[in-house]
Structures are given as structure tokens and as C-alpha cells.
Design a binder for this molecule. Sequence first.
Ligand SMILES: [Zn+2]
Length: 464
Amino acid sequence: MKYPFNNPIQKNRQARWLVWFCVIGGLAGGSWPVSAADKSSATLLAEYRGKGIAVIPRPARIEPGEGRFTLKAQTTIAASLMAETIGHYLADVIAPATGFQLKVVTEASGHTPADAIGLSLSGEVERFGDEGYELQVLADRVAIKAAKPAGLFYGCQTLRQLVPARFGSLVQAANVEWSVPVLKIVDQPQFVWRGVLLDPSRHFISKQGIKKCLDWMAYHKLNRLHLHLTDTDGWRVEIKKYPRLTSAGAWADLGDGVRIGGFYTQDDIREIVAYARDRYVMIVPEIETPSHSGAAMVAYPELNCFGTRKTAVSFGIDPLCGAEYCPGNDEVFEFLDGVLAEVAQLFPGPYIHVGGDEAEMRYWGECPKCQARQKKVGNLHAWFMERVKQMVESRGRRIVGWGGVASGAVFTCWDNDGSGGWAAAKGGWMSSCPPATTIISTIISSGRRSRPPMISIPLRPAPG
Ligand SMILES: [Zn+2]
């Protein structure tokens, strides 16, 4: 994934994390459907705002009513069987701003008593799907029902957004009436894959930073976190079989005694994966191949065609030898198999992203081992990616790549017009693409010789 440098850079050392929020297109979208019977968007939004209804993304159907439900210290959360965990989550997120420690009680019947927020699983899969829900706010109670826990969880997020903005505060706010407008919302996502891409390789993001992002994603009903874990700028995931990946490959020496970087231990990864799972977010790890791998070359120079002369991670591609693995070297495939084995154990999701783009093949053209291999197999890049695909598929996972890296791969694309993603979507593959027309980018430099992080914010839905 190439880093887009053609944006204005503003110095700000405070901005340490966040990189690229992918706005999702194709089968992966950023908006939820609007009822055909709705009035114009502008009229509706004005009407909703007037009633204190502001939910992002806009729910599929909103039926405003009259009056308000007021949350009080004695309000209970009445959770049906299997909904208690979400009940406790809701109590936990309500507590900081309100100071209320809401009691969670079990209501096996699914009935919501007065002065309660009811959470019930209805079993109506055809109506709600995996992630849909119905939220009914009456003057004396709130009832959320769904077919699956994810839907119930999203109903809770909508409820959170309907309360005054200070509801999200982490410190107790005084003199606020915590009330919600009477209404009924029936909602279901239009797109299965609603994602964010974070790039802790270019800029290391702390474990707490990742968790913050996951909280933010949950609040907006986003459900896929793509983590770009390796590149030339740093290797960020501990691999027990190859410890130098993180002892050497996770750190950059900026001179004058300044050393930056970091990595996630395997315990950190397990903690992040569990935190994501509790928020209905699937993590898609990315291990770049065959290019964008300079940090691995720093740790294990023999993986490169000519060996690297660098002794520490630096930013950008090493002009001396590139950042590509040597396809002519069998040790490279033993290495990648060992890495992917541990990655597959750490990340339980069905996808592993393996990069695949921007290989600088001129180094392969100068390498005797690569040339010998090419005589036998033909296209070195295609052959390389097929081998990586076999490693991933042998562990029951599907590969994701930047573009069509191998047969059967899931496409992602970062190009400006998203054409690769649309082509993939038409071909039936899942895709995510951040077309420039749907995002605004802010690039902030965090220091000398450092890659600037980029934050992209959705402005409007991707074209359908
Ligand atoms: Zn080579």
C-alpha cells in the first residue's frame, strides 16, 4: 500500500496515531438504507434534529413520537437470556457520565417492565438478520430487540447516540437530564463489511490507541478492523520463531539518541482480539508480501536478494536493495510459513491480508537465484503469491490482497477512484475501497523523518 504524500503536511507532534479510515465501497459500504417512503433527506434531517434525533449512520427507518424517556439512577436493564453480557456492557458505558450504576436483571420472558431498558433476543432472523434491531422508546421504558447479539449491541449504540452528547463523557457531568426522545427505530446495515484500516506499521499505535479506535468503531456500527502490521517502517507483531522481527525490526533510530517504534506482544494481540470480539469487530491482520517488507530485511537480511546494509529500520524503501523478499530463496518461504502459522493462531478471523502490491521486480532481475527460479516457474510475482496463498489456505483462511494477487483472493484497493475495488465487486469478490470522492484526508507530520499519519473521514455514501 503506497503512502499518499500529495496532501498538505502540518507539523504536530501530538498526533501519534491513526492512519487511514477506509471508507468502504462495493459490497462494503458506509451508509445504511433509507426507506423509500421517506421525505427528502434535508427535510427529514431537519425534522429529526428538531426532535433531538441524530444518529450516525442514519437508521433505515425512524418513526418519531412525542415526549421523552428519562434515564434515572434507579432505571434497570432487563436482559433476556443470552443478553446479559450486552446488558452489563450498556451499564458500563452509561456509568461514567451519569454516575448511575444501573442494575442488570434477567427477564427470561423478554418483557420490559416500567423504568427499564429491555434487551431481548427475539429469534426473528428473517426480520433482523445478523445485525438488525428494533429500538422502541416510550415515555416510561425502552425496549431493544434483535435476532442476534450483534443487533442488540447496535441497538444499544443507537440509544447511546440519542442521549445528550455529554453522555459520552468519561467524567461525571452535573445538571444534565439524561433523556431520549420517544421514537421507534428499525434498522439493519446495508453492507456486510463496514471497515477501518489502521496502519501501526508506519506509525506505531499503542494497544490503548487500538482499543480507543475499537470503541469508536462500535459506536458507529463498524465491524471490520484491518491492521497493517508490517512494512518497511516497522514490524509490529511478535513472532516467537523469529524474535529479531520485533527486537530489531520494530524500532527506528532517528539519530541524536532518539529511538521510536514499538510492537504488540502475542498477549497484546490476544487482548486486542478479545476486545474487538466483544464489540462485534473482526480483525483482519496484514502481513505484507513480497514487497513493503524492509523491516523484515533489517531483522533477517538473508531474506532479501542481496542482503541489506542497513542496521536499523528507517523510513522509506532502502535504495540499496529494495524491500522485497527473494523468491529464489527457499528460506523465504520457510520464514513466511512460520510467520503465517503464528499469525493464524493469533487472529481467529477468516481472512489474512498478504499485501501483494508494488513489488520492485528489478532487483529480482539482477538476482541469480531469482533468475534461476524464473526460468522454471515463469512469472515470479504470481508464483510467489500462489505459494503464500497456499500457506494461508492450508490454515483454513482466505487471502486478501491489494488487487488481484492470486486466484480466489479477496480484493482491497487504495487507489483514488476505487476502480479496482469496483471491478472486484462486480466479479463477486468482497472489496473495500476508499475513493477520493468520498473521503477527506488530513495529514499531520509527527516529527522529522517520520511518516505522517492520515485520517480519512467519510463525507457521503459511496456510489451504489
Ligand atoms: Zn532474489
